[in-house]
Design a protein around this ligand. Structure first.
Ligand SMILES: Cc1cc2nc3c(=O)[nH]c(=O)nc-3n(C[C@H](O)[C@H](O)[C@H](O)COP(=O)(O)OP(=O)(O)OC[C@H]3O[C@@H](n4cnc5c(N)ncnc54)[C@H](O)[C@@H]3O)c2cc1C
Length: 450
């Protein structure tokens, strides 16, 4: 029987709700049963997570590579439920890479269910802006099973399939919980672009005004969607501390790929609209506490969150702490492209003159990656014995600039290693994207996930 997309959508929703009710009413947890999607995530307990982890790891030999499994999964999903295609952007490349990162994280961290549930609960909250409903997870699960079976053929085993499904159940139950917990919160904010300034070739500074109150903290990032590329959401740092006029600032680089960056830089003007996701991220300073001595490390548009943090520090009712900013401006690199790259020099110069607690150190772009991160850090780490232990480091290194694709992940690793070697405890080095960003193809090279 051939249903129309809308009929099959509503049939799926109805079937899912009926199944959920039946399970809730009838099914006491059976020993050894698959975790139910509505159960709290700890119901994974009773199963041996490390055993599942090795079963799944071993099965990758027959169903992998992950990227191809995911291509198959989406093929099945869209064949069976064509209406679901509209939930995704036209280009699936970013989405597929993001899902591969999510699976790697899930498989790698399965022995730490609290890390998995934390990440997927947040993802569930964030997926609301895409219009994703619990019923879609059922379709996703069936598509995964079909793709796994198709890739493995005769080498597939029921034990491996059960392990995959238990793992997916843990992620999905967390996502559903995140979605349910956030039911009273807006999923996204409509905003009007109030100014759009091209500050350098391929680099725009946008001001936008959300149509509903938008509460965030300096250091946060937010996902943006433009009507030019529906359902393609990309994270961008908020480059301005919260201000009574409600305006937000973003610094966006075009990547010359026809992606969101290009649409925001070259296709957007004052008066246009964008949608904004909820604020996220690891860079905001602890609320209420005196932050202590700070080292901010940024390159490219990684400057954006630092600008917001500096504004916040300047507005503190007490004296600001000592702050060192190591900024890759291109000033010493001798590279013409990098030299013209620092697009906010005038603002920073004025700010620095007003704020004696701030020291700005230009970093050589080569210093991040050329095996000489200490050369860049040497001048900014406090010399006093033991002082590095109390330093708080916030970092945002940009990668993926046209012609500079390799620098991000390696830069982050070398800088973190150099800080650790200098005595800064790793828990005092804050950057976005632990976990999935480390494993996800896209986000690993920026310092964060979507
Ligand atoms: C937490 C966070 C904050 C960010 N803040 C900013 C910001 O303030 N300003 C800004 O311009 N960008 C920022 N980004 C990057 C931004 O979200 C997009 O990744 C980038 O704009 C590319 O998306 P696109 O749609 O323009 O291009 P796509 O078409 O998605 O990709 C273009 C090319 O860039 C590569 N690429 C995509 N994303 C990344 C990435 N994250 N790292 C390395 N290479 C990548 C792809 O492999 C591809 O070759 C941030 C990313 C994160 C994770």
């Amino acid at each position: 029987m051939n249903n129309t997309p809308s009929e099959s959508y509503h049939a799926l929703l109805a079937r899912h709700e009926a199944m959920r009710l039946r399970r809730n009413i009838l099914a006491p947890a059976r020993d050894g049963a698959r975790p139910r999607r509505t159960d709290p995530p700890q119901m994974y307990g009773g199963h041996d997570a490390p055993a599942d982890q090795s079963l799944i790891g071993a099965s990758l030999g027959v169903v992998g590579p992950l990227e191809e499994l995911i291509t198959g999964l989406y093929q099945v999903l869209f064949d069976r439920h064509p209406y679901l295609r509209s939930f995704f952007p036209e280009s699936m490349a970013f989405q597929q890479a993001h899902l591969a990162g999510a699976f790697r994280f899930l498989i790698g961290e399965l022995h730490r269910p609290e890390a998995v549930t934390g990440y997927f609960t947040q993802l569930g909250r964030d997926h609301r802006k895409l219009g994703v409903r619990p019923a879609h997870f059922a379709a996703f699960e069936s598509a995964l099973v079909e793709a796994l079976r198709a890739r493995a053929g005769a080498r597939w085993s029921a034990a491996a399939e059960d392990a995959w499904l238990r793992m997916l159940g843990l992620a999905v139950s967390s996502m559903v919980r995140g979605e349910n917990e956030a039911v009273a919160e807006l999923a996204s904010w409509n905003a009007t672009v109030t100014s759009h300034e091209l500050r350098a070739p391929g680099l725009a500074v946008l001001r936008v005004r959300p149509q509903q109150p938008y509460v965030f903290r300096a250091g946060h990032y937010a996902s943006l969607e433009t009507p030019l590329l529906e359902q393609a959401w990309r994270p961008y740092y908020l480059a301005r501390a919260p201000h009574p006029d409600g305006e937000l600032e973003f610094h966006v680089r075009a990547r010359d790929t026809g992606g969101v960056g290009d649409a925001l830089v070259h296709g957007t003007r004052s008066g246009d609209t964008v949608r904004i996701g909820a604020p996220r991220g690891m860079l905001p300073l602890p609320e209420g506490a005196q932050p202590g001595e700070l080292l901010l490390i940024a390159s490219g548009t990684g400057w954006a969150p630092m600008k917001a943090l500096l504004q916040q520090l300047a507005a503190l009712p007490v004296a600001a702490p000592r702050v060192r900013l190591l900024l890759e401006t291109g000033a010493r690199s001798g590279d013409a492209r990098a030299a013209e790259d620092f697009y906010d020099r005038a603002w920073l110069e004025t700010f620095r003159r007003r704020c004696p607690w701030l020291t700005v150190m230009p970093a050589d772009a080569a210093g991040w990656t050329a095996g000489a991160p200490l050369r860049a850090l040497g001048g900014v780490l406090p010399a006093r014995p033991g002082a590095a232990e109390h330093l708080r480091v916030l970092m945002a290194l940009e990668a993926g600039r046209p012609g500079d694709e390799a620098s991000g992940a390696e830069g982050v690793r070398t800088v973190v290693a150099a800080l650790t070697a200098a005595g800064v405890p790793t828990e005092r080095v804050h950057r976005d994207g632990p976990g999935i960003a480390e494993t996800g193809k896209m986000s690993g090279s920026w310092s964060s996930p979507v």
